[in-house]
Design a protein. Structure first.
Length: 141
């Protein structure tokens, strides 16, 4: 096989995987708001008591390294924001919840309003400022 062709194929594969990695990194941890016009899903689980104004529902697993700092960040935000609670559900033994809420990575955080309706979703470790901004939008409504 031609060495120039092999080198070109390898460079193309490296460029492609680098581009995929950059796209994945840019999307991880970003808040995706759920529009009122789309089909809204309500969380109605006995292990998720809905707080007065909003709930930060974190899905984790036993072997998730970013879940620990995420738990700390979301807990601190809930502690410093009036009427907001944080709940961490372990999906290790509850794969049914992963399927029900389409959790493809951990941590995944759902931001619920006072009625338990999912208003925002974050895949990956969230940025505290983004979580606070999303909560501000939900609490102001």
């Amino acid at each position: 096989m031609n060495p120039v062709l092999v080198a070109a194929i390898l460079l193309a594969l490296i460029a492609f995987t680098t581009a995929l990695g950059l796209v994945w990194r840019a999307r991880t941890g970003r808040v995706r708001h759920i529009d009122a016009g789309t089909r809204q899903q309500t969380v109605n689980l006995p292990e998720v008591p809905i707080a007065g104004r909003a709930t930060l529902l974190q899905f984790s697993t036993e072997v998730c390294a970013p879940c620990i700092p995420t738990r700390r960040v979301l807990g601190q935000i809930a502690d410093t924001t009036d009427g907001v609670s944080h709940i961490d559900l372990d999906l290790t033994h509850r794969p049914d919840l992963a399927a029900q809420f389409n959790v493809l990575q951990t941590p995944t955080t759902l931001i619920l309003d006072r009625a338990g309706v999912i208003r925002a979703r974050i895949g990956g470790a969230p940025r505290p400022a983004d979580v606070r901004a999303a909560l501000h939008n939900i609490l102001a409504a």
